[in-house]
Design a binder for this molecule. Structure first.
Ligand code: CAA
Length: 377
């Protein structure tokens, strides 16, 4: 077993660390308050090569392995989980194209990401969350086109993306086996962004409803076969969930570092609170949980990079790391006490940001189902 990173991986990690400390961390609270990223941030991230992370080399992308990507998301999560979510949604939206796209589809989709544009993965609907197979958006074949109708909900980058993967049902009577994935470009008539969500956390990221009103797209934009959509969605989520884990680890790390620093500075009863054993126990638990979560994330990514089955490990990594982020950020608020609860320090933002990690890309209850199914059946 080799716990070393390659020189390339270390260089990528360092590059993102430097970028984050200059361009993201100093503005994280401001972006949280504004409920949006700084207007020039995506352009800067594009210049740093952080927008098209999963685009393969043959399509002019970086072509880096899953572990390298996780290292980068960890650093982004350490700076701002909202910003990390927005770029991670690009990876999420890219996987259906990586997995099932034709050469033409890859050229189309990846040209957007290589140009620094954002993408969105639109599976969830008001009535189809955990039960992803119950998507009600319809896709009706009409000559060489499909006509899409329906509403998507809670779509990361929904209001700011230029290219989308939309899941719709092309054969209602077939249920889950009718689910089909399509590439849809912004500006297609009938395709609009609806209500923007006002969120508790990850507020720098954009989350929107999407409305499809008789959206006509060429059949050439269908990914894979009709009815293959559910499988494509599951393969995509397997690939992307460890990145939620990576963002969670980075977020937990940021909260941990803040709690450690504060505990050494804060004086009570005439000494730093770090000298009290009950505070030390919290610090030690945080360190253990982060270390375990990090190793689970790296392992899932390593298994993917080595073409091993990794559905269970992907769910374990996402679930454990998200629970860790929630626990560690909550304890960080506790260590900071009243200051932790105040907006004067970023601890309360970390805690608000952490909650979504247990909810999106499959709730942690769904992750536990996936894990149990992979053990029992
Ligand atoms: N890989 C490949 N195929 C898979 C698979 C996987 N990981 N998981 C399931 N499948 C296949 C099954 O083999 C089965 O195929 P057959 O019918 O050919 O046998 C088919 O898919 C149906 O599987 P299930 O019977 O297990 O399906 P289910 O309806 O019971 O659902 C579920 C399973 C795990 C609960 C799934 O619905 C799920 O993952 N739900 C959560 C949805 C989710 O994660 N949504 C996140 C949205 S994205 C988001 O949050 C992004 C954002 O903006 C940040």
């Amino acid at each position: 077993m080799d716990f070393n990173f390659t020189p390339d991986q270390l260089a990528l990690k360092k590059m993102v660390q430097d970028f984050v400390s200059k361009e993201i961390t100093p503005y994280a609270l401001e972006m949280d308050k504004a409920g949006a990223m700084k207007p020039d941030l995506i352009t800067k991230m594009d210049e740093a090569g952080l927008v098209n992370l999963v685009v393969p080399e043959e399509y002019d992308g970086p072509g880096v392995d899953a572990l390298s990507i996780a290292l980068m998301y960890e650093e982004l999560g350490r700076g701002c989980a909202g910003v990390a979510t927005s770029v991670a949604a690009n990876s999420l939206a890219s996987y259906p194209v990586v997995v099932k796209g034709t050469d033409e589809q890859k050229k189309l989709f990846f040209s957007y990401l290589n140009d620094g544009k954002l993408a969105a993965f639109a599976l969830t609907e008001p009535g189809a969350g955990s039960d992803a197979g119950s998507v009600a958006t319809s896709a009706v074949k009409d000559g060489d086109d499909y006509v899409l109708n329906g509403t998507k909900a809670f779509i990361t980058n929904g209001g700011i993306a230029d290219i989308f993967v939309i899941f719709a049902n092309a054969r209602k009577s077939a249920g889950i086996r009718g689910l089909t994935a399509f590439i849809v470009e912004k500006g297609t008539p009938g395709f609009t962004a609806g209500k923007k969500e006002e969120k508790m956390g990850i507020r720098a990221s954009n989350t929107c409803e999407l409305i499809l009103d008789n959206v006509r797209i060429p059949a050439a934009n269908r990914l894979g076969r009709e009815g293959e959509g559910f499988k494509i969605a599951m393969l995509t989520l397997d690939a992307a969930r460890p990145f939620v884990g990576a963002v969670s680890v980075g977020l937990a790390q940021a909260a941990f570092e803040l709690a450690v620093k504060y505990s050494k500075e804060r004086q009570q009863f005439g000494k730093p609170i770090a000298s009290f054993q009950l505070v030390q126990a919290m610090i030690a638990d945080m360190a253990m949980q982060i270390e375990a979560a990090r190793l689970l994330v790296y392992k899932a990514c390593w298994m993917k990079a080595n073409d091993m089955p990794y559905t269970k490990e992907s769910a374990i990594a996402k679930c454990y790391a998200a629970d860790t982020a929630m626990k560690v950020t909550t304890d960080a608020v506790q260590v900071l006490g009243g200051y932790g609860y105040s907006k004067e320090y970023p601890a309360e933002k970390y805690m608000r940001d952490a909650k979504i990690m247990q909810i999106y890309e499959g709730t942690n209850q769904i992750q536990r189902l996936v894990i149990a199914n992979n053990i029992l059946y």
